[in-house]
Structures are given as structure tokens and as C-alpha cells.
Design a protein around this ligand. Structure first.
Ligand code: MEV
Length: 442
């Protein structure tokens, strides 16, 4: 059995690798080579990546793809996407092209407020706590001056702090529920620093509040942390066109397509099993752009899914209708994103992705990301309700299967051609590759 190791974080990178490969690998030399194969040859660049996290032993690549032809509010964008799943980028590009010819995407930022909370216990009279809160509130804000000065200069900062009584849910439990405007920053560090200062001031000031009893003076801070639930940091993305313009071929009318498409959305609105997969498709687009632009996809995922369940039942993020002969398809989602701070100024590929997007503000990025999500969902539903998902997906997956069998350049070319007109399955590709290899041996 493997023994625990002490002081691992203090070891040098090469000593960490030695321990890992000697402990877990039958062939330590080969394992070391695989890890080192992914190191960047530029030592400075490698060090930058090493220092993003702790105990770094190598880099984990994801492909960075691009989806061109996104017309958003009349402006053309090529959207960078970092994702490992085949067919996502192709689907985004297809949806972009489809809507390019039908007026493009329209987007609007609805709100940009973020939330943070100080969770605390107070044993005593709520009326006295309210009086204390009202008295200390200006000082809570004043004591964060050093943290908020720059943000305030640019027009952001603390918007409000409320005292919330949560004692019906947990005995003695209250919150300072604060709202923030963090402009182009995602704002996690800013918000958390403000909250920790609120907590300090709140606890200290309570000790000298005359109306409190000795017990009431001792406020017990549980924790101070931002919320990744951001229903008031909301963006809307929409596409619309006359129903008849939806048709791409004579076999399916625009109306027949729209009706089936709308029912597919309705199913996701009422059926959680479908809604989760439907929204996963939305997140294929969202996460890929969030990652490419150096934002925190876990925060976005958590916030978006909570929003999808805001009415008490998990449901579709997107909606569709036909009204007066016009088909529309839209989504409103919460997105707390940044275009300054964090990785945005550090990671060379993130800087490149942001420049490709015309160096957007956080609000502009919210709109681009929402469009990528809506486009992805449109493409998925279009395939699902027409040809089925496998036809396109397997075409894109063909290269993965060929790579799995170590197909060379020539084999890939021959088989890509062959499978243009033949149904793709794992077995069919294996057989075709074997046949090709046997015939070329002859
Ligand atoms: C696959 O990554 C995403 C889909 O399953 C989404 C959907 O079903 O709507 C195709």
C-alpha cells in the first residue's frame, strides 16, 4: 500500500515528479517522459504556468478552437473556444453561419449586481441587533475605503448592505447580505476582501455597543464569502426570423421545423431529465468561451444551474416561440465574468483570446458568452429534431477513433473520404482501417 508523504509541497518540481513516478508507475522513466513532453520549452512561460496553481508537475492541454461568423448586435466576432469535445466548435460555427444569414444575434445586459454574505450567529434581541446594524453600517462601508477606493473611482464598489434574519431556518443565524458592482472585474477578491473587513468591523464594534448585554456583544462570525449565485448579473441573448426563413431545404418547411424545435424546448422546460442534458449543451458553448477567456467556469456552472432551478424545479435555460409569424429563441442567464484581473492579464492565450474578441468589457463578454451558449443549444436542437445527433457527432468523432488506432496521415485522408458516404461507427472505422492496412501490406 502507498504510504502518505509529508512535506510534499516543499519538494522541488523534479523531486515531486520523482516521488509520483516511483510511487505510482510501473515504468517511471516513461511516466516522467510523458509529463515532461508537455512542458513548454520556454522556461519563463513554463514557470508562469507552474505558478498558477500549487504542486504543478506538467501542463494539461485543451485544444483552443475558433468559431467565426458570429454577428452580435451588428458586429462580427470570431469566438475562441477551449474544449475537448469534438463537434462543439463545428456546431457553434454552423449556428453562427445560419443566423448570420438571418439577422444575427441580439443581446442585452439586464443587470450586473453581485452578492456576498457575512454569515454570523447572534444570541439575543433582534430589535437591538437591527439598531446596532443601522448604527454601524456607515462604519462598515468606511472601513473598506482602502479596498474600494479604486473601484469607486471607476464607478463601482459596494451598493448596499442588508441585515437578514435567518433564524427561522437556523437558530441564532443572521447575515450581512451585501451587493456589489465590480465593473470589468469578476470581483471575487474584491468582494471577499470587503466582506472580511465587514466581519472584522461588525464583530469589534459590537463589543462596545451599549444596548447589548454581555452575551449579545459577542457576535460569532461563521464565514464571509461571495455568492456564485448571481441572478442579478443577468444577460439576454436572442435570435429571431420569419418562420418561413428557417427552412434550409424543400423537404422540411420552416413551420414544421419551428414547431418541432419549440416542442423540444418545451420538453426541457417541463422535464428535468431532459433539461439537464439540454442545459449541458448550452454549457458546451458557455464553458468553452469562459475557459478561453480565463474566467472561472466552475463559478459560472454553479450559478447558471442554480438559476435554472430558481422556480423550484430544474428547467430549460432557453425558450422559444412563434408570434405573428416570427420565430424567436432566447435565453437569459446569470454570468459573473471579468476581463481584467485573474488570469486575464497573465495567460498569453487568454490575452490573445480577449484581443480576438476586440478586448471586450465584462458586459460585452457576458453577451458574447451568452451567444455561444444559445448558438450551441440551437445547433444541438436542430440536429436532434432533424437528422439526430449521431450523424454529425460521429463525423467529428471520426478523427478521435482514427487517432486511437494510430492512423497515419494517408490512412486518415483515405478514410475521411470513405466515411463521407458511409455510416460511421466505432466498428465500421476499425474494420475499414484494418482492411486498408491489410490491402496496403499486399
Ligand atoms: C452533447 O455534448 C450535448 C447534447 O447532448 C445537448 C443536447 O442534448 O441538447 C447534444
Amino acid at each position: 500500500m502507498t504510504k502518505p508523504i509529508t512535506g510534499f509541497s516543499k519538494l522541488s518540481k523534479s523531486k515531486k515528479i520523482d516521488w509520483i513516478v516511483d510511487t505510482y508507475f510501473s515504468n517511471p522513466v516513461e511516466a516522467t517522459a510523458v509529463l515532461k513532453q508537455y512542458w513548454n520549452s520556454n522556461d519563463k512561460l513554463q514557470l508562469l504556468h507552474d505558478e498558477f496553481i500549487e504542486n504543478t508537475i506538467s501542463n494539461y492541454y485543451l485544444p483552443l478552437g475558433v468559431a467565426p461568423n458570429f454577428l452580435i448586435n451588428g458586429k462580427l466576432h470570431t469566438i475562441p473556444m477551449a474544449i475537448e469535445e469534438s463537434s462543439v466548435v463545428a456546431a457553434a460555427s454552423k449556428a453562427a453561419k445560419f443566423w448570420l444569414e438571418r439577422g444575427g444575434f441580439k443581446t442585452k445586459v439586464i443587470s450586473t449586481t453581485k452578492i456576498g454574505q457575512v454569515h454570523f450567529n447572534f444570541k439575543g434581541d433582534f430589535e437591538k441587533l437591527k439598531q446596532f446594524f443601522n448604527q454601524v453600517k456607515p462604519k462598515l462601508i468606511a472601513d473598506t475605503e482602502g479596498i474600494t477606493k479604486n473601484m469607486k473611482k471607476r464607478g463601482g464598489g459596494i451598493l448596499d448592505i442588508e441585515l437578514r434574519d435567518k433564524t427561522l431556518e437556523i437558530e441564532n443565524y443572521y447575515q450581512l447580505h451585501a451587493s456589489f458592482e465590480t465593473l470589468n472585474a469578476m470581483g471575487a477578491n474584491f468582494i471577499n476582501s470587503c466582506l472580511e473587513q465587514f466581519a472584522k468591523t461588525f464583530k469589534t464594534e459590537a463589543l462596545s455597543f451599549n444596548l447589548f448585554s454581555e452575551e449579545e456583544k459577542h457576535i460569532d462570525i461563521i464565514m464571509s464569502i461571495l455568492s456564485n449565485y448571481v441572478p442579478d448579473c443577468l444577460v439576454r441573448a436572442e435570435v429571431s426570423c420569419p418562420v418561413e426563413d428557417l427552412s434550409e431545404n424543400k423537404t422540411v418547411s420552416g413551420e414544421a421545423f419551428a414547431k418541432k424545435f419549440i416542442q423540444a424546448v418545451s420538453i426541457a422546460e417541463v422535464e428535468p431529465y431532459r433539461a439537464v442534458t439540454h442545459n449541458k449543451g448550452v454549457m458546451n458553448g458557455i464553458d468553452a468561451v469562459v475557459l478561453a477567456t480565463g474566467n472561472d467556469f466552475r463559478a459560472v456552472e454553479a450559478g447558471v444551474h442554480a438559476y435554472a432551478a430558481k422556480n423550484g424545479k430544474y428547467s430549460s435555460l432557453t425558450h422559444a416561440k412563434i408570434e405573428n409569424g416570427i420565430f424567436s429563441f432566447w435565453m437569459e442567464i446569470p454570468l459573473a465574468l471579468g476581463t481584467v484581473g485573474g488570469l486575464t492579464g497573465l495567460h498569453p492565450l487568454v490575452k490573445l483570446a480577449l484581443e480576438m474578441l476586440h478586448k471586450p468589457s465584462a458586459k460585452e463578454l457576458m453577451q458574447i458568452v451568452a451567444v455561444a451558449g444559445l448558438a450551441q443549444n440551437f445547433a444541438a436542437l436542430r440536429s436532434l429534431t432533424t437528422t439526430g445527433i449521431q450523424e454529425g457527432h460521429m463525423k467529428m468523432h471520426l478523427m478521435n477513433i482514427l487517432n486511437q488506432f494510430g492512423a497515419n496521415f494517408e490512412e486518415k485522408q483515405i478514410l475521411t473520404d470513405y466515411f463521407k458516404n458511409h455510416p460511421i461507427s466505432h466498428t465500421a472505422v476499425t474494420e475499414a482501417l484494418n482492411k486498408l492496412r491489410v490491402s496496403s501490406e499486399k
